[in-house]
Every structure is written in structure tokens, then in C-alpha cells.
Design a protein around this ligand. Structure first.
Ligand SMILES: [Zn+2]
Length: 275
């Protein structure tokens, strides 16, 4: 209840301070107003900490602590033909990572939330949700990174190499063809995998299998351990009807815990490609 009260108050302030109908611009965007009015609040050099979002929800805003798209750390090595399993990112910097899975519900407010918050999530998408809806997922270009989650979302654990390879390579092929994506990270459905999964992922050109340490469900951030987000945490949410509640809950939790969401693939950079 307290959080909602604060959010409503912030919404009133943010709206009251907005001098133009289109509202605040995304972080880093240049102002395009022609003749400036000298006393306008837009002349402030302090970036907003929250802006009005879809349906009047207050969207916490984050500034990029480094230039997104710039590799920060390398992915652990693939050994014996098996991709590494990444459960969290080893970093002392106050950064966390948001991942959004499946793509079952194509929520119309998702892109606006990403842009306004200044947060670039990692999307682990299934072919069955992208195929036939590529326009929707292509709209995230420049606002999120697309990686792989199998073609049909099966439980891979215990299934044959040929089946797993088909699910993983086939998904990568579709994401490349329909979205222009360059998937290097793989998340197994339900978090279930075996050695065959790691081998098939390596053979399909992936560099890591990515798990998670916290999840957002029904607008609540849930932790696998402890009661707060810590540096290096990887958070899981889904494209659901509760997208706005879930994404905003994650953003608010980050503000509360003093961490900034940054780009996962920047911390799992392929040493063969960059840096
Ligand atoms: Zn999934």
C-alpha cells in the first residue's frame, strides 16, 4: 500500500512538471524544442527519476552507467564441447539483469516501458510465439536484445541429442531469419537441461546457457535466496497480461535496492567477436 501511495504522488508530480503533452523523452534523447522558454522545467540538467507511463503508471527511470552495447566482461569458456551454465553474473558493480521469456502475450505497452525506463532487457523467445508475429518482436530492435529459448518450449531434460539440436538450432535460425537477431545465449524452458542440452547449444553456436536468480510474478519480485536484489542477479519475467505490473515491480525493486539494470550480453561477451 505504501508503495502505491508513493507511486501516485510521484505520478502527480511528474505530470504536473511536464510542460509538453508528449511528456519526458527517453534517457539520452536530445531535446528538440525550438524556441526555449527560459523558465521551463525542461531546462533542468537533472534527469527525471520517474516519468508517466502507459495508463498513468509511474515508470522509474535509469541512466546508463556505461554505454550499452559496449562489452564489459567475457562469457565463461565452453569446455569439452559444453556451453557454460550462467546462473548469475560475477560482478561487484551494482548491476542486475532483466530477462523476459517466451513471447506468449504481445503486450502493447512493453516497448514504451523499456524506452521510458532506459532499461534494455534480454528477450528469450520461442519460435512458436514469434512466427506469424515478427512485426511485434522486430519493434524491440534497439530497445532489447533477442536470444533463444527453443522452437516449441519442451522440457529438454532427458531427450535425444537430435531433438534438442533441432529445437535449439531451429529456434536460432528462425530468430535470425525473422527478426535479424544474432542469438548467442540460450535459456532452456522451465530451466530444465542436461549435458546433451549444453552440447547441442554449443554445436548450434551458442556461448552460454542462462538461468536466473529471481523472478517476477503477478507484480511481485521473488528471490531464490535472501530478500533483495544483489549485484549480478539475473531476473526472470514473461510476456504476460501483467507485463506492466511485472516490469514496474522490477524497476521499483531496483530503485529500492540501489541497483541498475544493464545489458546481459554486455557481460557475456564473446571474446572471439569483440574486446
Ligand atoms: Zn519459457
Amino acid at each position: 500500500m505504501r508503495r502505491i501511495g508513493v507511486a501516485v504522488a510521484a505520478a502527480v508530480i511528474a505530470v504536473a512538471c511536464a510542460p509538453e503533452p508528449q511528456g519526458p523523452r527517453p534517457p539520452g534523447a536530445m531535446a528538440t524544442t525550438g524556441t526555449a522558454t527560459s523558465a521551463s522545467p525542461t531546462t533542468s540538467t537533472t534527469p527525471p527519476t520517474a516519468v508517466p507511463g502507459p495508463g498513468g503508471v509511474v515508470v522509474p527511470v535509469f541512466q546508463q552507467p556505461y554505454r550499452f552495447g559496449t562489452p564489459q566482461q567475457h562469457v565463461p569458456p565452453t569446455t569439452d564441447g559444453l556451453v557454460p551454465v550462467v546462473r548469475r553474473i560475477e560482478t561487484d558493480r551494482p548491476y542486475v539483469f532483466i530477462t523476459i521469456d517466451d513471447g506468449a502475450v504481445r503486450h502493447p505497452a512493453a516497448l514504451e516501458l523499456m524506452r521510458k525506463s532506459g532499461v534494455e532487457p534480454t528477450l528469450f523467445l520461442n519460435s512458436k510465439h514469434v512466427d506469424g508475429h515478427a512485426d511485434y518482436f522486430r519493434s524491440f530492435h534497439g530497445a532489447a536484445e533477442v536470444h533463444a529459448h527453443t522452437a516449441t518450449h519442451p522440457n529438454l531434460d532427458g531427450t535425444s541429442y537430435d531433438f534438442q539440436r533441432q529445437e535449439i538450432c531451429g529456434n536460432a535460425d528462425l530468430l535470425r531469419a525473422q527478426l535479424g537477431a544474432k542469438p548467442t545465449l540460450f535459456r532452456p524452458p522451465f530451466g530444465n537441461f542436461d549435458r546433451t542440452t549444453r552440447r547441442a547449444a554449443a554445436d548450434c553456436g551458442f556461448t552460454a546457457l542462462v538461468m536466473w536468480t529471481a523472478a517476477v510474478n503477478d507484480g511481485v519480485v521473488q528471490f531464490q535466496a535472501g530478500n533483495r536484489l544483489n549485484p549480478g542477479d539475473i531476473v526472470l519475467m514473461h510476456f504476460r497480461h501483467t507485463f506492466v505490473e511485472d516490469f514496474v515491480a522490477f524497476l521499483e525493486r531496483c530503485k529500492l535496492d540501489g541497483v541498475t539494470p544493464v545489458v546481459l550480453e554486455d557481460f557475456l561477451a564473446d571474446p572471439r567477436a569483440t574486446v
